[in-house]
Ligand binder design. Structure first.
Ligand SMILES: *[C@@H]1O[C@H](CO)[C@@H](O)[C@H](O)[C@H]1NC(C)=O
Ligand SMILES: *[C@@H]1O[C@H](CO)[C@@H](O)[C@H](O)[C@H]1NC(C)=O
Ligand SMILES: *[C@@H]1O[C@H](CO)[C@@H](O)[C@H](O)[C@H]1NC(C)=O
Ligand SMILES: *[C@@H]1O[C@H](CO)[C@@H](O)[C@H](O)[C@H]1NC(C)=O
Ligand SMILES: *[C@@H]1O[C@H](CO)[C@@H](O)[C@H](O)[C@H]1NC(C)=O
Ligand SMILES: *[C@@H]1O[C@H](CO)[C@@H](O)[C@H](O)[C@H]1NC(C)=O
Ligand SMILES: *[C@@H]1O[C@H](CO)[C@@H](O)[C@H](O)[C@H]1NC(C)=O
Length: 331
Protein backbone atom coordinates (compact mmCIF):
# COMPACT_ATOMS: atom_id res chain seq x y z
CA UNK A 1 0.00 0.00 0.00
CA UNK A 2 2.73 2.43 1.08
CA UNK A 3 4.75 1.47 -1.98
CA UNK A 4 1.85 2.16 -4.31
CA UNK A 5 1.32 5.47 -2.58
CA UNK A 6 4.99 6.41 -3.13
CA UNK A 7 4.69 5.45 -6.79
CA UNK A 8 1.69 7.69 -7.23
CA UNK A 9 3.42 10.58 -5.46
CA UNK A 10 6.53 10.30 -7.61
CA UNK A 11 4.38 10.03 -10.72
CA UNK A 12 2.59 13.22 -9.71
CA UNK A 13 5.89 15.03 -9.10
CA UNK A 14 7.20 13.78 -12.42
CA UNK A 15 4.06 14.98 -14.23
CA UNK A 16 4.26 18.42 -12.70
CA UNK A 17 7.83 19.02 -13.92
CA UNK A 18 7.89 21.71 -16.58
CA UNK A 19 9.54 19.66 -19.37
CA UNK A 20 9.12 21.41 -22.68
CA UNK A 21 8.14 18.08 -24.29
CA UNK A 22 4.90 18.26 -22.32
CA UNK A 23 3.63 21.11 -24.43
CA UNK A 24 3.02 18.45 -27.08
CA UNK A 25 0.51 16.76 -24.79
CA UNK A 26 -1.26 20.03 -24.05
CA UNK A 27 -4.97 19.48 -24.43
CA UNK A 28 -6.00 23.10 -24.70
CA UNK A 29 -7.40 24.20 -28.02
CA UNK A 30 -5.17 27.05 -29.35
CA UNK A 31 -8.17 29.14 -30.43
CA UNK A 32 -9.74 28.86 -26.98
CA UNK A 33 -6.44 29.80 -25.33
CA UNK A 34 -6.11 32.89 -27.47
CA UNK A 35 -9.66 33.97 -26.63
CA UNK A 36 -9.14 33.41 -22.89
CA UNK A 37 -5.96 35.48 -22.95
CA UNK A 38 -7.88 38.31 -24.62
CA UNK A 39 -10.51 38.08 -21.89
CA UNK A 40 -7.80 38.22 -19.24
CA UNK A 41 -6.33 41.30 -20.90
CA UNK A 42 -9.68 43.08 -21.16
CA UNK A 43 -10.07 42.58 -17.39
CA UNK A 44 -6.58 44.17 -16.99
CA UNK A 45 -4.81 40.92 -16.08
CA UNK A 46 -6.36 40.56 -12.61
CA UNK A 47 -4.69 38.52 -9.88
CA UNK A 48 -7.70 36.17 -9.94
CA UNK A 49 -6.60 34.96 -13.37
CA UNK A 50 -2.90 34.56 -12.45
CA UNK A 51 -3.04 30.85 -13.37
CA UNK A 52 -3.84 31.82 -16.95
CA UNK A 53 -0.23 31.55 -18.08
CA UNK A 54 0.11 31.23 -21.87
CA UNK A 55 2.90 28.67 -21.37
CA UNK A 56 0.56 26.22 -19.64
CA UNK A 57 -2.38 24.06 -20.69
CA UNK A 58 -5.59 26.13 -20.51
CA UNK A 59 -7.50 22.99 -19.52
CA UNK A 60 -5.65 23.30 -16.18
CA UNK A 61 -6.49 26.97 -15.62
CA UNK A 62 -8.75 28.19 -12.84
CA UNK A 63 -12.25 29.44 -13.73
CA UNK A 64 -12.55 27.30 -16.88
CA UNK A 65 -13.03 23.63 -17.72
CA UNK A 66 -12.49 21.59 -20.86
CA UNK A 67 -14.83 18.99 -22.30
CA UNK A 68 -13.33 15.50 -21.81
CA UNK A 69 -13.72 14.41 -25.39
CA UNK A 70 -13.23 17.54 -27.46
CA UNK A 71 -10.92 19.36 -24.99
CA UNK A 72 -12.77 22.56 -25.84
CA UNK A 73 -13.65 25.05 -23.09
CA UNK A 74 -17.22 24.17 -22.03
CA UNK A 75 -17.46 25.86 -18.61
CA UNK A 76 -16.55 29.40 -17.55
CA UNK A 77 -17.20 30.16 -13.90
CA UNK A 78 -15.90 33.47 -12.56
CA UNK A 79 -16.86 33.64 -8.88
CA UNK A 80 -16.06 36.12 -6.08
CA UNK A 81 -13.33 37.74 -8.14
CA UNK A 82 -11.87 41.20 -7.72
CA UNK A 83 -12.36 41.95 -11.39
CA UNK A 84 -13.50 45.27 -12.84
CA UNK A 85 -15.10 46.27 -16.12
CA UNK A 86 -17.68 44.87 -18.49
CA UNK A 87 -18.25 41.33 -19.70
CA UNK A 88 -15.74 41.08 -22.59
CA UNK A 89 -17.47 40.49 -25.95
CA UNK A 90 -14.79 37.85 -26.64
CA UNK A 91 -16.76 35.53 -24.34
CA UNK A 92 -18.86 34.80 -27.45
CA UNK A 93 -15.79 33.29 -29.12
CA UNK A 94 -15.77 30.19 -26.92
CA UNK A 95 -18.22 28.26 -29.13
CA UNK A 96 -18.29 25.12 -26.99
CA UNK A 97 -19.41 26.87 -23.80
CA UNK A 98 -22.34 25.09 -22.14
CA UNK A 99 -22.22 26.88 -18.82
CA UNK A 100 -21.33 30.53 -18.20
CA UNK A 101 -21.29 32.11 -14.73
CA UNK A 102 -20.37 35.53 -13.38
CA UNK A 103 -21.20 35.49 -9.66
CA UNK A 104 -20.41 37.92 -6.83
CA UNK A 105 -18.40 40.44 -8.82
CA UNK A 106 -19.29 43.88 -7.49
CA UNK A 107 -17.25 45.76 -10.05
CA UNK A 108 -18.76 44.03 -13.09
CA UNK A 109 -20.82 46.71 -14.87
CA UNK A 110 -22.43 47.43 -18.25
CA UNK A 111 -24.85 44.99 -19.84
CA UNK A 112 -24.71 41.54 -21.45
CA UNK A 113 -22.84 41.65 -24.81
CA UNK A 114 -24.83 40.50 -27.83
CA UNK A 115 -21.87 38.31 -28.83
CA UNK A 116 -23.23 35.83 -26.29
CA UNK A 117 -25.68 34.73 -29.01
CA UNK A 118 -22.80 32.92 -30.70
CA UNK A 119 -22.86 30.45 -27.80
CA UNK A 120 -25.48 28.14 -29.34
CA UNK A 121 -24.59 25.27 -27.00
CA UNK A 122 -25.16 27.34 -23.87
CA UNK A 123 -27.40 25.53 -21.38
CA UNK A 124 -26.79 27.51 -18.22
CA UNK A 125 -26.36 31.28 -17.94
CA UNK A 126 -25.82 32.82 -14.50
CA UNK A 127 -25.04 36.49 -13.96
CA UNK A 128 -25.76 37.24 -10.30
CA UNK A 129 -24.57 39.58 -7.54
CA UNK A 130 -22.98 41.99 -9.99
CA UNK A 131 -23.57 45.64 -10.84
CA UNK A 132 -24.75 44.83 -14.35
CA UNK A 133 -27.58 47.23 -15.23
CA UNK A 134 -29.94 48.38 -17.97
CA UNK A 135 -32.79 46.38 -19.47
CA UNK A 136 -32.63 42.59 -19.62
CA UNK A 137 -31.75 42.03 -23.30
CA UNK A 138 -34.65 40.46 -25.18
CA UNK A 139 -32.16 38.72 -27.48
CA UNK A 140 -31.52 36.16 -24.71
CA UNK A 141 -34.59 34.37 -26.10
CA UNK A 142 -32.37 33.22 -28.99
CA UNK A 143 -30.30 31.02 -26.67
CA UNK A 144 -32.71 28.17 -27.36
CA UNK A 145 -30.74 25.51 -25.48
CA UNK A 146 -30.92 27.30 -22.11
CA UNK A 147 -32.21 25.16 -19.27
CA UNK A 148 -31.27 27.71 -16.58
CA UNK A 149 -31.36 31.51 -16.74
CA UNK A 150 -30.25 33.21 -13.51
CA UNK A 151 -30.00 37.02 -13.58
CA UNK A 152 -30.72 37.54 -9.87
CA UNK A 153 -29.18 40.19 -7.60
CA UNK A 154 -28.13 42.70 -10.23
CA UNK A 155 -29.33 46.19 -11.17
CA UNK A 156 -31.45 45.28 -14.19
CA UNK A 157 -34.30 47.74 -14.79
CA UNK A 158 -37.21 48.11 -17.22
CA UNK A 159 -39.75 45.42 -17.85
CA UNK A 160 -39.33 41.67 -18.25
CA UNK A 161 -38.82 40.94 -21.98
CA UNK A 162 -41.83 39.03 -23.24
CA UNK A 163 -39.54 37.08 -25.61
CA UNK A 164 -38.16 35.04 -22.70
CA UNK A 165 -41.25 32.85 -22.89
CA UNK A 166 -39.78 31.51 -26.17
CA UNK A 167 -37.16 29.59 -24.17
CA UNK A 168 -38.88 26.20 -24.25
CA UNK A 169 -36.21 24.10 -22.50
CA UNK A 170 -36.00 26.16 -19.33
CA UNK A 171 -36.25 24.39 -16.00
CA UNK A 172 -35.74 27.55 -13.98
CA UNK A 173 -35.76 31.35 -14.27
CA UNK A 174 -34.35 33.73 -11.67
CA UNK A 175 -34.88 37.47 -12.18
CA UNK A 176 -35.25 38.26 -8.47
CA UNK A 177 -33.55 41.19 -6.70
CA UNK A 178 -33.39 43.62 -9.57
CA UNK A 179 -35.26 46.85 -10.29
CA UNK A 180 -37.75 45.43 -12.76
CA UNK A 181 -40.98 47.32 -13.33
CA UNK A 182 -44.19 46.85 -15.32
CA UNK A 183 -46.39 43.80 -15.32
CA UNK A 184 -45.53 40.17 -15.92
CA UNK A 185 -45.63 39.95 -19.75
CA UNK A 186 -48.74 38.46 -21.30
CA UNK A 187 -46.55 35.93 -23.11
CA UNK A 188 -45.59 34.51 -19.70
CA UNK A 189 -49.08 33.03 -19.72
CA UNK A 190 -47.53 30.53 -22.15
CA UNK A 191 -44.37 29.55 -20.30
CA UNK A 192 -42.83 26.20 -21.12
CA UNK A 193 -44.30 23.26 -19.18
CA UNK A 194 -40.71 22.22 -18.35
CA UNK A 195 -40.43 25.21 -15.99
CA UNK A 196 -40.23 24.22 -12.33
CA UNK A 197 -38.61 27.20 -10.62
CA UNK A 198 -39.57 30.85 -11.00
CA UNK A 199 -38.13 33.66 -8.89
CA UNK A 200 -39.29 37.23 -9.53
CA UNK A 201 -39.13 38.51 -5.94
CA UNK A 202 -37.79 41.89 -4.83
CA UNK A 203 -38.67 43.89 -7.91
CA UNK A 204 -41.40 46.46 -8.51
CA UNK A 205 -43.74 44.34 -10.62
CA UNK A 206 -47.38 45.34 -10.92
CA UNK A 207 -50.54 43.78 -12.37
CA UNK A 208 -51.85 40.27 -11.94
CA UNK A 209 -50.39 36.76 -12.13
CA UNK A 210 -51.19 34.92 -15.40
CA UNK A 211 -54.10 32.56 -14.83
CA UNK A 212 -52.51 29.83 -16.95
CA UNK A 213 -49.76 29.42 -14.32
CA UNK A 214 -52.34 27.38 -12.49
CA UNK A 215 -52.00 24.71 -15.21
CA UNK A 216 -48.22 24.43 -15.02
CA UNK A 217 -46.43 21.93 -12.81
CA UNK A 218 -44.32 24.28 -10.74
CA UNK A 219 -42.21 23.17 -7.78
CA UNK A 220 -41.32 26.66 -6.53
CA UNK A 221 -42.61 30.17 -7.12
CA UNK A 222 -41.22 33.22 -5.32
CA UNK A 223 -42.87 36.54 -6.11
CA UNK A 224 -42.48 38.31 -2.77
CA UNK A 225 -41.89 42.05 -2.38
CA UNK A 226 -43.59 43.27 -5.54
CA UNK A 227 -46.86 45.11 -6.10
CA UNK A 228 -48.87 42.27 -7.61
CA UNK A 229 -52.63 42.33 -7.35
CA UNK A 230 -55.65 40.13 -7.75
CA UNK A 231 -56.67 36.55 -7.10
CA UNK A 232 -54.10 33.75 -6.93
CA UNK A 233 -56.37 30.98 -5.68
CA UNK A 234 -56.04 29.28 -9.09
CA UNK A 235 -52.46 28.40 -8.10
CA UNK A 236 -53.92 25.91 -5.63
CA UNK A 237 -55.95 22.75 -6.15
CA UNK A 238 -55.63 19.08 -5.23
CA UNK A 239 -53.70 18.02 -8.34
CA UNK A 240 -50.98 20.71 -8.22
CA UNK A 241 -47.28 20.02 -7.74
CA UNK A 242 -46.21 23.23 -6.03
CA UNK A 243 -44.04 22.79 -2.93
CA UNK A 244 -42.85 26.31 -2.11
CA UNK A 245 -44.97 29.38 -2.70
CA UNK A 246 -43.78 32.73 -1.35
CA UNK A 247 -46.02 35.65 -2.26
CA UNK A 248 -45.41 37.87 0.77
CA UNK A 249 -45.59 41.67 0.57
CA UNK A 250 -47.81 42.17 -2.46
CA UNK A 251 -51.38 43.42 -2.81
CA UNK A 252 -53.03 40.08 -3.54
CA UNK A 253 -56.71 39.90 -2.74
CA UNK A 254 -58.75 36.69 -2.52
CA UNK A 255 -60.93 34.66 -0.18
CA UNK A 256 -58.96 31.70 1.18
CA UNK A 257 -61.95 29.97 2.86
CA UNK A 258 -62.63 27.41 0.10
CA UNK A 259 -59.12 26.94 -1.24
CA UNK A 260 -58.00 23.30 -1.56
CA UNK A 261 -54.26 22.96 -1.02
CA UNK A 262 -52.18 20.30 -2.81
CA UNK A 263 -50.49 17.64 -0.65
CA UNK A 264 -47.16 18.72 -2.13
CA UNK A 265 -47.22 22.12 -0.41
CA UNK A 266 -44.55 22.50 2.29
CA UNK A 267 -44.05 26.26 2.44
CA UNK A 268 -46.64 29.01 2.09
CA UNK A 269 -45.98 32.67 2.86
CA UNK A 270 -48.77 35.15 2.19
CA UNK A 271 -47.86 37.80 4.79
CA UNK A 272 -48.68 41.44 4.00
CA UNK A 273 -51.44 40.95 1.41
CA UNK A 274 -55.21 41.40 1.44
CA UNK A 275 -56.37 37.83 1.92
CA UNK A 276 -59.88 37.50 3.38
CA UNK A 277 -62.05 34.68 4.74
CA UNK A 278 -61.12 32.01 7.26
CA UNK A 279 -58.32 29.43 7.20
CA UNK A 280 -59.59 26.14 5.66
CA UNK A 281 -59.46 22.87 7.64
CA UNK A 282 -57.43 21.27 4.80
CA UNK A 283 -54.32 23.10 6.04
CA UNK A 284 -54.08 20.59 8.90
CA UNK A 285 -53.46 17.78 6.36
CA UNK A 286 -50.24 19.32 5.04
CA UNK A 287 -46.62 18.63 6.06
CA UNK A 288 -45.91 22.33 6.32
CA UNK A 289 -42.38 23.43 7.17
CA UNK A 290 -43.08 27.13 6.80
CA UNK A 291 -46.35 29.04 7.00
CA UNK A 292 -47.15 32.74 7.39
CA UNK A 293 -50.45 34.52 6.84
CA UNK A 294 -49.78 37.53 9.10
CA UNK A 295 -50.86 41.05 8.08
CA UNK A 296 -53.94 40.06 6.07
CA UNK A 297 -57.69 40.36 6.64
CA UNK A 298 -58.44 36.86 7.91
CA UNK A 299 -61.08 36.01 10.46
CA UNK A 300 -62.31 33.05 12.51
CA UNK A 301 -60.60 30.18 14.36
CA UNK A 302 -57.23 28.77 13.32
CA UNK A 303 -57.98 25.07 12.53
CA UNK A 304 -56.53 22.73 15.16
CA UNK A 305 -54.15 19.97 14.12
CA UNK A 306 -51.35 19.14 11.73
CA UNK A 307 -48.51 21.59 12.00
CA UNK A 308 -50.64 24.70 12.45
CA UNK A 309 -50.11 25.08 16.22
CA UNK A 310 -46.32 24.59 15.84
CA UNK A 311 -45.80 28.00 14.22
CA UNK A 312 -45.37 30.95 16.52
CA UNK A 313 -48.11 33.53 16.87
CA UNK A 314 -46.30 35.93 14.49
CA UNK A 315 -47.32 33.61 11.63
CA UNK A 316 -50.91 34.66 12.31
CA UNK A 317 -50.88 38.10 13.95
CA UNK A 318 -52.20 41.34 12.45
CA UNK A 319 -55.35 39.93 10.92
CA UNK A 320 -58.91 41.12 11.30
CA UNK A 321 -60.22 38.58 13.81
CA UNK A 322 -58.17 35.37 13.57
CA UNK A 323 -58.22 33.53 16.90
CA UNK A 324 -57.25 30.33 18.72
CA UNK A 325 -53.88 28.74 19.39
CA UNK A 326 -51.21 30.08 18.94
CA UNK A 327 -53.22 33.33 19.06
CA UNK A 328 -55.48 34.14 22.03
CA UNK A 329 -58.63 32.02 22.37
CA UNK A 330 -61.70 32.81 20.29
CA UNK A 331 -64.38 34.70 22.16
C1 LIG B 1 -13.76 47.68 -7.12
O1 LIG B 1 -13.03 48.70 -7.76
C2 LIG B 1 -12.52 49.67 -6.87
C3 LIG B 1 -11.88 50.81 -7.65
O2 LIG B 1 -11.74 50.53 -8.99
C4 LIG B 1 -11.51 49.00 -5.95
O3 LIG B 1 -11.01 49.93 -5.04
C5 LIG B 1 -12.21 47.89 -5.19
O4 LIG B 1 -11.29 47.19 -4.39
C6 LIG B 1 -12.90 46.91 -6.12
N1 LIG B 1 -13.66 46.01 -5.28
C7 LIG B 1 -13.86 44.74 -5.53
C8 LIG B 1 -14.57 43.91 -4.52
O5 LIG B 1 -13.52 44.25 -6.57
C1 LIG C 1 -8.97 44.82 -6.13
O1 LIG C 1 -7.94 45.03 -7.06
C2 LIG C 1 -7.45 46.36 -7.07
C3 LIG C 1 -6.44 46.53 -8.18
O2 LIG C 1 -6.38 45.44 -9.01
C4 LIG C 1 -6.82 46.65 -5.74
O3 LIG C 1 -6.37 47.99 -5.72
C5 LIG C 1 -7.86 46.45 -4.64
O4 LIG C 1 -7.27 46.62 -3.38
C6 LIG C 1 -8.49 45.06 -4.73
N1 LIG C 1 -9.60 45.00 -3.80
C7 LIG C 1 -9.83 43.96 -3.02
C8 LIG C 1 -11.05 44.02 -2.16
O5 LIG C 1 -9.11 42.98 -2.99
C1 LIG D 1 -22.52 48.23 -6.96
O1 LIG D 1 -21.50 49.18 -6.81
C2 LIG D 1 -21.61 49.98 -5.65
C3 LIG D 1 -20.51 50.99 -5.69
O2 LIG D 1 -20.47 51.63 -6.92
C4 LIG D 1 -21.47 49.10 -4.44
O3 LIG D 1 -21.63 49.85 -3.27
C5 LIG D 1 -22.53 48.03 -4.48
O4 LIG D 1 -22.32 47.12 -3.43
C6 LIG D 1 -22.49 47.28 -5.78
N1 LIG D 1 -23.62 46.40 -5.84
C7 LIG D 1 -23.51 45.09 -6.04
C8 LIG D 1 -24.78 44.31 -6.12
O5 LIG D 1 -22.46 44.53 -6.17
C1 LIG E 1 -28.36 23.16 -29.06
O1 LIG E 1 -27.18 22.42 -28.88
C2 LIG E 1 -26.97 21.44 -29.88
C3 LIG E 1 -25.73 20.67 -29.50
O2 LIG E 1 -25.77 20.26 -28.18
C4 LIG E 1 -26.79 22.11 -31.22
O3 LIG E 1 -26.64 21.12 -32.21
C5 LIG E 1 -28.01 22.93 -31.52
O4 LIG E 1 -27.79 23.67 -32.69
C6 LIG E 1 -28.31 23.88 -30.38
N1 LIG E 1 -29.59 24.51 -30.63
C7 LIG E 1 -29.72 25.78 -30.91
C8 LIG E 1 -31.10 26.27 -31.19
O5 LIG E 1 -28.80 26.53 -30.96
C1 LIG F 1 -55.90 19.67 -12.53
O1 LIG F 1 -57.23 19.32 -12.79
C2 LIG F 1 -57.92 20.22 -13.63
C3 LIG F 1 -59.35 19.76 -13.74
O2 LIG F 1 -59.81 19.28 -12.52
C4 LIG F 1 -57.25 20.26 -14.98
O3 LIG F 1 -57.91 21.21 -15.81
C5 LIG F 1 -55.81 20.65 -14.84
O4 LIG F 1 -55.13 20.57 -16.07
C6 LIG F 1 -55.10 19.74 -13.85
N1 LIG F 1 -53.77 20.25 -13.62
C7 LIG F 1 -52.67 19.50 -13.59
C8 LIG F 1 -51.42 20.20 -13.29
O5 LIG F 1 -52.69 18.32 -13.80
C1 LIG G 1 -48.55 18.12 -14.93
O1 LIG G 1 -48.44 16.82 -14.35
C2 LIG G 1 -49.59 16.01 -14.58
C3 LIG G 1 -49.42 14.74 -13.79
O2 LIG G 1 -48.08 14.35 -13.69
C4 LIG G 1 -49.72 15.77 -16.08
O3 LIG G 1 -50.87 14.98 -16.31
C5 LIG G 1 -49.87 17.11 -16.77
O4 LIG G 1 -49.91 16.92 -18.17
C6 LIG G 1 -48.73 18.03 -16.43
N1 LIG G 1 -49.00 19.36 -16.96
C7 LIG G 1 -48.15 20.00 -17.73
C8 LIG G 1 -48.57 21.37 -18.18
O5 LIG G 1 -47.05 19.56 -18.01
C1 LIG H 1 -44.39 36.22 9.59
O1 LIG H 1 -44.22 37.40 8.84
C2 LIG H 1 -44.14 38.57 9.64
C3 LIG H 1 -44.09 39.76 8.71
O2 LIG H 1 -42.96 39.70 7.88
C4 LIG H 1 -42.93 38.47 10.55
O3 LIG H 1 -42.86 39.61 11.37
C5 LIG H 1 -43.02 37.21 11.39
O4 LIG H 1 -41.84 37.07 12.15
C6 LIG H 1 -43.23 36.00 10.54
N1 LIG H 1 -43.47 34.85 11.42
C7 LIG H 1 -43.12 33.61 11.09
C8 LIG H 1 -43.38 32.54 12.09
O5 LIG H 1 -42.60 33.34 10.04
Amino acid sequence: MAFQFLCIISLLIFLSLPFSSFSKTEKCNPHDKEVLLKIKESFNNPYHLASWDPKTDCCQWYVVECDRETSRINDFHLFAANVSGQIPPEIGDLPYLESLTFHKITNLTGNIPISILKLTKLKSLTISWTNISGPIPSFLSQLKNLTLLDLSFNSFSGSIPSSLSQLRSLGGIRLDRNKLTGSIPESFGNLTPTLQYLYLSHNQLTGTIPRSWGDLNFTLIELYRNRLQGDVSFMFGKNKTIQILDLNRNMLQFDISNVVFPDSLTFLDLNHNRVTGSLPQGLTQLSLQGFNVSYNRLCGPIPRGGRLQEFEYTAYFHNRCLCGEPLPNCK
